[in-house]
Write a protein that binds this ligand. Structure first.
Ligand SMILES: Cc1cc2nc3c(=O)[nH]c(=O)nc-3n(C[C@H](O)[C@H](O)[C@H](O)COP(=O)(O)O)c2cc1C
Length: 189
């Protein structure tokens, strides 16, 4: 595994099982490394299955020099990742955003995010990869309110991520990685 240099600190990248997950390396991890971040990747269990199947898991480990996590460590094991300077949850499913807003930490990805949310000096950036149906759920506005009140930077809105009906996304739609990286810069500069 290659070891990235770390002048900017550690970017905790947390991703869940949403469309565009396969572009995590090229869209976020490689640009973050190029900007001087050390990158520690944690996935939800479903996202872990997806990236193992696509071969991205091992590419991410080689690139970052750190294990990719999708499970809690044993109590006797050392922490696999260094302390994080800034978290980015992208892409974040409607499921993961809802659980984060409620403080549910039933997997390693959510354990890290729920502990980080509201911690002074630890920015949390969230990109909800949702569709119009997710946004119509009666609890969705409340989830966003909780995240905003806790100080999270939520990447959303019609200019950055216009909502389409389920299965109606334009086929070539890319995740707004540039806006996500900009939010990291703004939150940490
Ligand atoms: C091909 C595929 C694409 C999906 N894309 C999304 C998505 O963009 N946003 C979303 O909220 N859920 C999406 N889902 C549903 C989630 O994967 C599902 O709710 C899952 O339980 C989320 O688990 P996680 O939040 O623990 O990763 C998708 C499912 C599949 C099979």
């Amino acid at each position: 595994m290659s070891q990235a240099r770390t002048p900017r600190g550690v970017l905790g990248v947390v991703a869940s099982a949403a469309g565009g997950l396969d572009s995590l390396r090229t869209g976020l991890v490689e640009p973050a490394l190029a900007r001087g971040w050390r990158v520690a990747v944690t996935l939800t269990p479903t996202a872990g299955r997806w990236l193992r199947a696509s071969g991205e898991w091992s590419r991410l480990e080689s690139l970052t020099g750190l294990p990719v996590r999708d499970a809690p460590r044993l109590p006797t094991d050392p922490r696999p990742h260094p302390p994080v300077t800034c978290y980015v949850a992208a892409p974040a499913t409607a499921n993961t955003v809802a659980k984060l807003a409620l403080g549910i930490a039933d997997n390693q990805a959510l354990t890290q995010l729920t502990e980080a949310l509201g911690t002074p000096g630890l920015p949390v950036i969230v990109f909800p990869h949702i569709n119009a149906a997710h946004a119509r759920h009666p609890s969705w506005p409340t989830h966003l309110t909780h995240l905003h009140r806790a100080g999270a930077h939520v990447i959303q809105g019609p200019t950055v991520w216009p909502l389409h009906e389920p299965a109606a996304d334009p086929p070539s739609r890319e995740l707004p990685w540039a806006a996500i990286l900009r939010a990291v810069d703004e939150a940490t500069n």
